[in-house]
Design a protein around this ligand. Structure first.
Ligand code: KDG
Length: 311
């Protein structure tokens, strides 16, 4: 059974520091990659989830597979490339801020292309899925990967397509973002951060974004403050929980996992947003790009509490 499919690149994350990269000698390894974070988040919330991608035939790829399997994610649709490597990224932490350095050009995942969707292990999972999630990162890593998403978004489909903007200027240098606009416009659900919307679309005004993106369901997250969902027949807004932030990378993915789980469970909109905030809070208070969600009892209580108690 596959309820959700996430398509995109996973990377080995090497966290160094604190200190400048030039001075750091040892690094702590974990797994990153936006769609793979969302897949882990969905599985942790009980959604039968497959992560679909390509990895290198190397120790890093083996670790990604093992790690995701341990987190309950179906990796049967992953293809291992005999030659191209698994991508890496290094997280530099200096003065309380993180910077990402990618080592991903020419990776196994960047070789995904439209024909990748014809592999039986992929097709089968897409046919079963009620929801497919991807991000702007996958549209950026290579032309062939962007074409694959174009096919996914334009072919007749039986699933909801969810896209998180995940605007990464470093990956879009010298590239035309037109394919990303098309992907966002074709999606059923779009998740977008107010700050990245400002850079990408020149506005963070939710109503303007809703109009420009033409998405059926648009979620605009204003980092620490609030998340708003806009649909044809209304708007809902839920303030974020206040937490002691350790590291923010991955929080948006966790939010997506919570919101999308709530969507699959057909929870009321306010509860979908609350679940997003709850799972994001867990990642905000952890150094890695993913973290286990709050315990089921805690989730249950906070999903059902009054607005006063929530805020
Ligand atoms: O959303 C978190 C991701 O940004 C992180 O895990 C790394 O996928 C990544 C990327 O491309 O930035």
């Amino acid at each position: 059974e596959t309820a959700a499919v996430c398509i995109g690149e996973a990377m080995i994350m090497l966290a160094g520091g604190p200190g400048a990269l030039a001075d750091v000698e040892t690094f702590r390894r974990s797994v990153g990659g936006a769609e793979c974070n969302v897949a882990g988040g969905l599985a942790a919330l009980g959604v039968p989830t497959a992560w679909i991608s390509r990895l290198g035939d190397d120790g890093f790829g083996q670790h990604v597979l093992r790690d995701l399997q341990q987190r309950g994610v179906d990796v049967g649709g992953v293809e291992v490339d005999a030659v191209l490597p698994t991508a890496l990224y290094v997280k530099e932490s200096e003065d309380g801020r993180s910077r990402m350095h990618y080592y991903r050009t020419g990776s196994a995942a960047a070789a995904m292309d439209p024909a990748f969707l014809d592999r039986p292990a992929v097709r089968e999972r897409l046919e079963q899925a009620r929801l497919v999630h991807t991000t702007g990162i996958t549209a950026a890593i290579s032309a062939s990967s962007a074409e694959m998403l174009e096919r996914l978004a334009t072919e007749p489909r039986s699933f909801m397509l969810s896209v998180d903007l995940n605007w990464r200027p470093m990956l879009w240098r010298d590239k035309d973002p037109a394919p990303l606009w098309r992907l966002l416009k074709a999606a059923d659900i779009v998740l977008i951060g107010a700050d990245e919307a400002e850079v990408f679309a020149g506005t963070s005004d939710p109503d303007e974004l809703y109009e420009r993106l033409g998405a059926k369901t648009l979620v605009v997250k204003d980092d620490a403050h609030t998340a708003m969902v806009l649909e044809q027949d209304g708007r809902h807004e839920v303030p974020a929980l206040s937490v002691d932030v350790v590291e923010t990378v991955g929080a948006g993915d966790a939010f997506a996992a919570g919101f999308l789980t709530g969507t699959l469970q057909e929870l009321p909109m306010v509860q979908r947003l609350r679940l997003g905030h709850l799972t994001a809070a867990a990642v905000l208070t952890a150094p890695e790009d993913h973290a286990p969600p709050p315990a089921p009892e805690v989730r249950e209580r906070l999903l059902n509490c009054s607005d006063e108690e929530w805020a």
